[in-house]
Design a protein around this ligand. Structure first.
Ligand SMILES: CC(=O)Nc1ccn([C@H]2C[C@H](O)[C@@H](CO)O2)c(=O)n1
Length: 104
C-alpha cells in the first residue's frame, strides 16, 4: 500500500534527487515532518521509492517562486502550467518538501 503517488513522468526526477518538493491540495496536506512515505506511480500504483517528509507548508498559487520551481526541477511558468492542469482554479496549495530515502 502506497502513501502518496506521483505521475509516472516525474519518477526519474524523484529517484535522481532532482525533484524535492510537491505541491498538493488540502486532501494531501496531512503529512507531517519526519514521516516516511511509500511512493507509487499514479497510473498503476507501483511502488518506486520511499521519501521522508521535511516540511508541509501552505502556499498560495501567487506566492510560488523560482525557488519552488527549482525544487520541482521546472521553470516557474512550467510549474504553474502543471498545477493549472492538475488543480484547475485552485489557489490554496501545500508545499511538501521531502528527501529521497530509498529507491526501489
Ligand atoms: C493525484 C494527484 O494529485 N497527483 C499528483 C499531484 C501532483 N503531482 C506533482 C506534479 C508537480 O510536479 C507537483 C505539483 O503539483 O506535484 C503529481 O505527480 N501527482
Amino acid at each position: 500500500m502506497n502513501d502518496i503517488t506521483f505521475f509516472q513522468r516525474f519518477e526519474g526526477d524523484i529517484v535522481a534527487g532532482r525533484k524535492t518538493i510537491t505541491l498538493r491540495d488540502v486532501s494531501e496536506s496531512h503529512f507531517t515532518a519526519g514521516q516516511q512515505l511509500r511512493v507509487g506511480r499514479y497510473e498503476d500504483d507501483v511502488y518506486f521509492c520511499t521519501i521522508e517528509v521535511i516540511s508541509v507548508m501552505p502556499v498560495l498559487l501567487g506566492q510560488l517562486t523560482d525557488e519552488h520551481a527549482r525544487q520541482e526541477n521546472m521553470t516557474l511558468p512550467q510549474l504553474k502550467e502543471v498545477i493549472a492542469d492538475i488543480y484547475p482554479g485552485l489557489n490554496e496549495l501545500y508545499a511538501i518538501v521531502f528527501r529521497l530515502v530509498t529507491a526501489a
